[in-house]
Design a protein. Structure first.
Length: 285
């Protein structure tokens, strides 16, 4: 049976707790009993954000190390996997590198996905110094297929009346998986065309009126013309936000779980009882 240990912590900081047996981690409260933060059922390493100045762990052989990154959202909603606790984190990817800016009009754009994840939103900088229509537009997402019509993926949850000098954001239901290396096509559409899954552009009232940046010439990547073809080596300035599984190894130093890791911890005396077989009942006392 293990005993408890108390570790001094800094409120708001993240700590990696490494254990070899099931235990609980609590926050030591100044005027009440300890507050349960996490129940660990599978040995491994977990992240804990300390809400008070001390953590209480009912395993005195646990290792506690301050992490250099904050715990991602939902870190404790999943079991340990391959020695690392898994949660969800958000990542933000740039749609265009810095470069000369122009104000080209387009019906959408095609780009490559650098990292895998679940699509959450696409944010585009509104173009500058240009008066344009005030019709709300929806954004649709397609996966480009070489030599074929793009494959339908999703439509945004919201429409946007695009604004000058503002970040125009289209949100997507979490559940659109994107793979690293995918070529995607995003198109904007009027209200009347948002339900259709047939690949098309909607013309003047459906155009993406965005600030764009020049990018190196890349086949199949750039703004779209009215026919849906890539016409310019430009991409809108903005970001795409993904959510993905976060491995603890990205957040803290992960210890190898073997006996040598715990060699410096205090050893408790153990008693071993051996029952020796006898040839007859008369040999027992």
């Amino acid at each position: 049976m293990t005993s408890a240990m108390q570790i001094a912590t800094i409120p708001g900081e993240t700590y990696a707790v490494t254990v070899t047996s099931p235990c609980t981690v609590c926050a030591v409260m100044p005027k009440s009993s300890p507050l349960l933060l996490i129940t660990i059922e599978v040995p491994g390493q977990y992240l804990v954000v300390a809400p008070t100045t001390a953590l209480y762990i009912d395993d005195d052989s646990a290792l506690v190390t301050r992490s250099f990154k904050s715990a991602p959202v939902g870190m404790f909603s999943r079991k340990v996997s391959s020695g690392g606790a898994i949660g969800q984190e958000s990542i933000e990817l740039s749609l265009a590198p810095d470069g000369p800016r122009d104000n080209l009009n387009s019906c959408g754009f095609a780009f490559a996905v650098e990292e895998a994840g679940i699509l959450r939103s696409i944010a585009i900088e509104g173009r500058t110094g240009y008066e344009f229509h005030k019709n709300p537009v929806w954004m649709k997402l397609w996966r480009a297929v070489p030599g074929a019509v793009p494959v339908w993926l999703a439509v945004s949850l919201n429409s946007v009346i695009q604004q000058n000098d503002a970040l125009n954001t289209w949100d997507f239901e979490e559940g659109v998986p994107l793979r690293a290396g995918d070529r995607l096509v995003a198109t904007t559409h009027r209200e009347e065309g948002k339900e259709s899954r047939e690949f098309s552009v909607d013309g003047t009232d459906g155009k993406l009126l965005a600030r764009v940046c020049a990018i190196p010439a890349t086949e199949g990547i750039g703004c779209l013309d009215d026919s849906g073809s890539v016409a310019w080596n430009y991409l809108p300035s903005g970001t795409i936000t993904l959510s993905r599984e976060a491995n603890l190894a990205d957040y803290a130093q992960v210890a190898v779980l073997d006996e040598s890791v715990f060699g410096s911890t205090r050893k408790r005396p153990q008693t071993l009882y051996v029952l020796r077989a006898a040839s007859s009942p008369s040999n027992y006392p």
